[in-house]
Design a protein around this ligand. Structure first.
Ligand code: OXD
Ligand code: MN
Length: 597
């Protein structure tokens, strides 16, 4: 039975059902009873495997199709009436053409199946940040993940009332046909259509599709920001807490940074770190104090499992010990638990790999991880935020948290120093726009290609990247007390390719310098790229093997490699196209001039 009388909702569902032809329509009410019944049903068909109730209570394992294990950027489209509104960095399709192409794929795609109607909210229902969505899907796995990742239920429909202001998401696994897999966004219609995939990033429509692509479009229209950023709070011994947002490309350790455990030196003094979010931040100006406030619009973590362990991220590990859905990890048959590479040094000897085959850990080959590992390198956990031991008490604050610093970061072997500070909001926006990451060809030890990933949003901006830069600049004029903007690089390597900086919890040492700068407590040195710390201002107390000379080395700015980067940025800006604001070109020219001076 329908859970609302909202005509916009009902008419749209009728239309989608007429196309997809499900046998049944089931409304998701957010109750535990319904969720439990769906879990049982999914276990009866093999869609989920129930794990050891004693060791991993209320935890399940799911495997996606082997050709369907990651986001598909080349099959992700932004469909605006005018191609220039989508720009060159995104894939564009004409909305009419896209609807007609996908209508063919959706026609009858749910026949013999149930259509689930998921009313959900991104951020707290009824809060000033909240935006509502409804996802229609033929996948129980999607329903159960959305129940963890978002706020689902009848209260969303009550808050929506009879308004038509909601994001219409349609998803069907269809035949899981990779050749006809499409993740399409219609920002002008508040609509998302996703077909032929069952992988999280493509099908949990509240996450990348809504909370980043559609939301970034709405944010530009409405004067706020949707960013690919974690949010964390650093609590000082006196109880004061300062908040930081940080943007890193996928697979640069956002979840680890968001949940970091302070080094012993800081712990002994009473410092604590609290997690507000690990992936997405929505930011608005608070008219009362003129500061930028952030919320995490999600309600759970969809984190990468491999590499998560007691050392790298004990908080994440703890979060996944109950109420969690694991996807594409290794199944340990001896005790009906899960395992992944990097969890510990004891791979299970009686195990099924992510593909569902008997797995022999002795055949593991680092050079061919996908085919020889127990867990897929992009295997995931979907875990409840409220199970996270370091969850901030402000997590459910509808007003969000005030942001002192915005931190950008990439994976750079040589160019970027450990940390530097921009000189203004405009300069900081420029620093974000030139963010980049390098891949390392592990076998050869060679430095790979530089991929420019502005604000870590390259795959997630729902409109023209040049307009997105302009939106960043214009936000600067709207924030009377803006956060300061920094750039970090945890990944500098020595000549043998080893990371110089220890990373993980010790990244707190850099965050402390950043917060000291925000509080005006510490000086810095000006360089052509911005302010860098005086080496002695990065605390190395209790840090083995790192000396003040190591810090000096990590802070050097090599003009030659920066000038090479400037050329790379020029060609990237050209690729972004003619909507790159003049102010960004001015910043680039000024940087080049300072480097050459
Ligand atoms: C993610 C990503 O899954 O950025 O968060 O790919
Ligand atoms: Mn992400």
């Amino acid at each position: 039975m329908a859970l609302t009388s909202n005509k916009f909702v009902l008419d749209w569902i009728d239309e989608m059902a007429a196309m997809t032809k499900p046998d049944d329509i089931v409304w998701i009410d957010g109750s535990e009873e319904q969720a439990e019944a769906l879990r049982k049903q999914a276990c009866s068909t093999g869609e989920l495997i129930k794990l050891n109730e004693e060791l991993l209570p209320n935890c399940y394992l799911h495997r996606t199709a082997v050709n369907d294990v990651a986001r598909v950027e080349d099959r992700t489209f932004i469909c605006t009436t005018k191609k220039e509104d989508t720009g060159n960095i995104n894939n564009w399709m004409d909305p009419k053409e896209c609807y007609s192409k996908l209508t063919k794929l959706f026609t009858g795609s749910m026949s013999g199946r149930t259509m689930y109607v998921i009313p959900y909210s991104m951020s707290i229902v009824g809060s000033p940040f909240a935006k509502y969505g409804i996802e229609l899907t033929d996948s129980i796995y999607v329903v159960l993940n959305m129940l963890i990742m978002t706020r689902v239920g009848t209260d969303v429909l009550e808050a929506l009332g009879d308004s038509g202001d909601f994001i219409k998401g349609l998803h069907s696994k269809a035949q899981l046909d990779a050749e006809n897999r499409y993740i399409c966004h219609f920002p002008e219609d508040n609509t998302i259509w996703s077909v032929n995939s069952g992988y999280g990033g493509n099908v949990l429509l509240g996450k990348k599709c809504f909370a980043l692509r559609i939301a970034s479009y709405l944010g530009r229209k409405e004067g706020w920001m949707a960013e690919h950023m974690l949010i964390l709070g650093v609590e000082y011994p006196d109880g004061d807490t300062k908040y930081i947002c940080a943007a890193f490309p996928s697979a640069c350790g956002k979840t680890n940074l968001a949940m970091l455990i302070p080094p012993e030196y800081y712990r002994n003094k009473g410092y604590k770190v609290w997690t507000v979010g690990d992936d997405i931040a929505w930011l608005r100006v608070n008219p009362e104090d003129g500061k930028l406030y952030a919320v995490n619009p999600e309600n759970g973590f969809f984190g990468v499992a491999p590499g998560t362990n007691e050392k790298s991220n004990p908080n994440a590990l703890h979060t996944t010990t109950k109420d969690t859905i694991f996807t594409n990890v290794c199944h340990n048959l001896d005790n009906n638990t899960v395992w992944w590479e990097g969890l510990d040094n004891n791979p299970p000897t009686n195990a099924i790999n992510w593909k569902g085959e008997v797995w022999d850990y002795r055949k593991y080959d680092k050079a061919d991880k996908v085919n020889t590992s127990g867990a897929h390198p992009n295997s995931r956990f979907t875990a409840k935020a409220t199970n996270c031991p370091c969850l901030s008490k402000e997590f459910n604050n509808p007003a969000g948290v005030p942001i002192s610093a915005i931190v950008f970061g990439g994976r750079r072997a040589k160019t970027a120093p450990l940390v530097y500070q921009s000189t203004s909001w405009q300069n900081g926006s420029f620093v974000g726009s030139i963010m980049a990451s390098e891949t390392t060809a592990a076998a050869a030890g060679a430095v790979g290609v530089v991929r420019r990933d502005p604000m870590a949003m390259r795959p997630f901006v729902g409109y023209n990247m040049g307009d997105y830069f302009a939106h960043w600049l214009s936000m600067g004029n709207m924030i009377p007390n803006p956060p300061k903007i920094f750039h970090v690089n945890w990944f500098r390597t020595d000549n043998e390719g080893n990371f110089i900086w220890p990373g993980f919890g010790d990244n707190m040492r850099v965050l402390m310098w950043i917060l000291d700068r925000c509080a005006g407590k510490v000086d810095a040195e000006i360089t052509p790229i911005g302010y860098i710390p005086k080496a002695e201002d990065i605390c190395i107390e209790g840090l083995d093997g790192v000396t003040i000379d190591t810090i000096r080395d990590l802070l050097t700015v090599d003009k030659a490699s920066w000038l090479e980067d400037v050329e790379n940025i020029k060609s990237f800006y050209k690729q972004v196209g003619d909507r790159v604001p003049q102010a960004m070109y001015d910043e680039l020219a000024a940087l080049e001039a300072r480097l050459k001076a």
